[in-house]
Structure formats: structure tokens, C-alpha cells
Design a protein around this ligand. Structure first.
Ligand SMILES: CC(C)(COP(=O)(O)OP(=O)(O)OC[C@H]1O[C@@H](n2cnc3c(N)ncnc32)[C@H](O)[C@@H]1OP(=O)(O)O)[C@@H](O)C(=O)NCCC(=O)NCCS
Length: 158
């Protein structure tokens, strides 16, 4: 299977994102409520503006050229979802690797019980850092930093 990563959202991604936001497990494991179509249109317009102003970064996984999943970061905070058709093929891990090549750090809040997401982050070199509440939902927080920063003897500038 050929997976490539596009390092930005395009207007044509709007409908794919809407369809994925309505998937039962995406709704179940999202901190935000599922949107209506008009709400999604506003959200997507905001995303494109934020991307242009570099307030977010977005990575779109393409399988044989078609969108299969997306990862968006806001200040390093990860939001990821994959089309049901393309699950368990390494698409999420490919998106995380792409983000790890671009971002100085990443953080993910996983609602307790989302075992698949916890496995995804744990196997992508994230460390379990804390438990927290997000919109009244109990979450575990995973953080990732490049290996160099984890070394106790590392001093920047040396
Ligand atoms: C979580 C999610 C992004 C994983 O996407 P994916 O492309 O299927 O994941 P990958 O194929 O890259 O697999 C990543 C790891 O999870 C494991 N995994 C994936 N689906 C699994 C499943 N249903 N059961 C058990 N393990 C699973 C894989 O084996 C792999 O582990 P490994 O590296 O140890 O082999 C996807 O299931 C999804 O979109 N879920 C709904 C939204 C969500 O939960 N987002 C996260 C919010 S924090």
C-alpha cells in the first residue's frame, strides 16, 4: 500500500474531514461534540485560516492519492482520525512520524478507554505524562519530545 503525506489541508479535504468527524468511534473518543454540516463548514474555514497564519499545522495521509486520514496540531496538541477503510495499515503511525519530523514537541489527550489511541501513541515514542480532565472527560496525556531533549546530559548550544 502506498501512503504519502501532504503537509497541508486543501479546500477539497472539507468533505472528507466531515465524514470522518461523524464516524462512531471518532465521535465517541473526541473531546469536541460532533458537528452539524454548517458548524463543520465554519470549523473548516477557521482551520484553513489558522493554517495560513501558521497557528496550526496539518498533515493529510494519502493512500493511492486519496485522503485517508488527518493529523492537526495546535501548539503541538494532536488531533488525529483515520478513515475506517484505512485502519490498521500504519496510516496513523505515518502521520505521527511526519509530525515528529516537523514539530519540536507533541502532546495528545486520550480519553480513558480509548485503548487503540493509547497503543498508537505508546508505540510512537510518546510517554504517559499525566491524567487530566478535558471538557469533563477523563483523559490520559501523552507527550513526545525528540530523543536528544530526553537525555539528562543534553545542554542546548553545546
Ligand atoms: C486511533 C486511530 C487514529 C489509529 O489509526 P490506524 O491508522 O488504524 O493506526 P495504525 O494502523 O497506524 O496502528 C497504530 C498502532 O495501533 C494498533 N492498532 C490500530 N488499531 C487497532 C485495533 N483496532 N486494536 C488493537 N490495536 C490497534 C496497531 O497495531 C499499531 O500498533 P503497533 O505499532 O504496536 O503495531 C484510529 O483508530 C482512529 O481514527 N480512531 C478514532 C479517532 C481517535 O480515537 N483518535 C485519537 C484521539 S486522541
Amino acid at each position: 500500500m502506498s501512503i504519502s503525506i501532504r503537509h497541508q489541508l486543501e479546500p477539497s479535504d472539507c468533505f472528507f474531514l466531515f465524514a470522518w468527524r461523524l464516524l462512531p468511534d471518532v465521535k465517541r473518543w473526541s473531546i469536541k461534540e460532533a458537528p452539524s454540516w454548517p458548524e463543520h463548514l465554519l470549523y473548516f474555514e477557521d482551520l484553513l485560516n489558522a493554517q495560513q497564519e501558521r497557528r496550526i499545522r496539518a498533515y493529510v495521509a494519502l493512500v493511492h492519492g486519496m485522503p485517508a486520514g488527518v493529523l492537526v496540531t495546535v501548539n503541538g496538541e494532536v488531533n488525529i482520525m483515520i478513515s475506517e477503510l484505512h485502519r490498521r495499515k500504519g496510516v496513523a503511525k505515518a502521520l505521527i512520524r511526519a509530525a515528529q519530523e516537523q514539530e519540536p514537541h507533541l502532546i495528545a489527550h486520550v480519553i480513558i478507554g480509548n485503548v487503540v489511541a493509547a497503543k498508537l501513541f505508546a508505540s510512537s515514542d510518546f510517554q504517559l505524562a499525566a491524567t487530566t480532565q478535558k471538557a469533563h472527560k477523563a483523559c490520559v496525556t501523552f507527550v513526545w519530545r525528540p530523543k536528544d531533549e530526553e537525555r539528562p546530559d543534553h545542554h542546548s548550544g553545546e
